[in-house]
Design a protein around this ligand. Structure first.
Ligand code: P6P
Length: 340
């Protein structure tokens, strides 16, 4: 009989993983991934129809960040809150679009906290550029009842993290601490199907990714680092690639190697990107894939958050580029240290 290609859906993969990783999870953890999978299939369907209905444009309100909300931002947030909020495993949900954690009055407290950016880069939708959903999963601390304090955990305590990039295809990438796996949404099956096993970031890439319009506002060390990249100081020629959508720029860096930077700038001296639901999940994935992620001083995953929506500078990428960046930061500190 003709052999048909066997498929592994993300649900099957998580069940296999959790038998090894979380034997005590009893299917609880996989229910979270199923909730995210369901929500992001619905979000992707709306993103792909942008322009055919009332999906495009701004809602006419701003979110807690003071950013203009796109209609699809609101839809994506509501879909994730709906699909995850129904899962008993969820103790609370934290979204870029909600100032406070969303908690649930259940007979028993859920065991997991899901933190997410429902639709990152949504301003790119109007021009058909890739956008994405980013999520991070923590265990709820047994001893902390205050929702905000329960959320404020360093990225090193993430149980799982991932993103869904709505690009030329819809790809779900996640890690649960035992490697990075990618699943492509197969419209003929209506499921995310395993397409990338044990994803590893190349030791060195040929792309650097930064918004060059801000370069004059970058700290000196960052400007010297970029100059070193451009003048062949890392041993090969580089091209610049910048989509302006974090998930798309990171996904390319994961697959092709290189480095993505969002340094401190004048409008954002603490960086523009969010620690809890942008930098942390991508840093977990980068580390699991053999890459690195820093805020310029510390590993992203070592940072103890002080507020849920706090921002951070982010430099994330392959070992060669990241070690060169660390060297530039050390050289920048050396004169200052000598002068002390
Ligand atoms: P800039 C999108 O608005 C976003 O939050 C990230 O997805 C992206 O990496 C960054 O901002 C782009 O910011 O200032 O370069 O337009």
């Amino acid at each position: 009989m003709k052999e048909f290609p066997m498929i592994t859906t993300i649900q099957q993969h998580v069940l296999q993983q959790q038998e090894e990783l979380f034997p005590e999870a009893r299917g609880i953890f996989s229910s979270l991934v199923s909730g995210i999978s369901l929500a992001t299939k619905a979000i992707g369907a709306q993103v792909r129809r942008a322009g055919l209905g009332d999906q495009l444009g701004a809602v006419g309100s701003t979110n807690v960040q003071g950013e203009e909300q796109q209609k699809l931002d609101v839809y994506a947030n509501q879909m994730l809150l709906h699909c995850l909020g129904r899962r008993d495993a969820v103790a609370m949900l934290v979204s870029e679009e909600n100032e406070e954690p969303v908690t649930f009055d259940r007979d028993h407290a859920g065991r997991y906290i899901v933190v997410f950016d429902p639709l990152d880069g949504s301003s790119n939708i109007d021009v058909n550029a890739p956008v994405g959903t980013i999520f991070s999963i923590f265990r709820r601390p047994e001893t902390e009842d205050d929702p905000t304090l329960a959320v404020l955990q360093p990225g090193s305590r993430q149980v799982a993290a991932g993103y869904i990039v709505y690009g030329s295809s819809t790809i779900f990438v996640y890690t649960a601490g035992r490697g990075v796996f990618g699943f492509t949404l197969d419209p003929s099956v209506g499921a995310f199907v395993l397409a990338f096993e044990n994803m590893k970031m190349p030791q060195q890439g040929k792309y650097y990714s930064v918004n060059e319009a801000n370069v004059d506002a970058f700290p000196t060390a960052y400007r010297e680092y970029l100059a070193r990249i451009r003048n062949g100081g890392l041993g090969c020629e580089y091209s610049s690639r910048y989509v302006g959508s974090l998930v798309a720029d990171f996904h390319r860096t994961l697959l092709k190697g290189g480095v993505f930077l969002y340094p401190p700038t004048a409008p954002h001296p603490q960086g523009k990107l969010r620690l809890m639901y942008e930098a942390n999940p991508l840093a977990f994935i980068a580390e699991q894939a053999g890459g690195m992620a820093t805020d310029g001083v510390r590993k992203i995953t070592d940072i103890q958050p002080e507020t849920i929506h706090q921002r951070t500078p982010l430099v994330i990428g392959s070992p060669v580029e990241m070690r060169a960046f660390e060297q530039c930061m050390k050289e920048a500190e050396a004169p200052a240290a000598a002068g002390r």
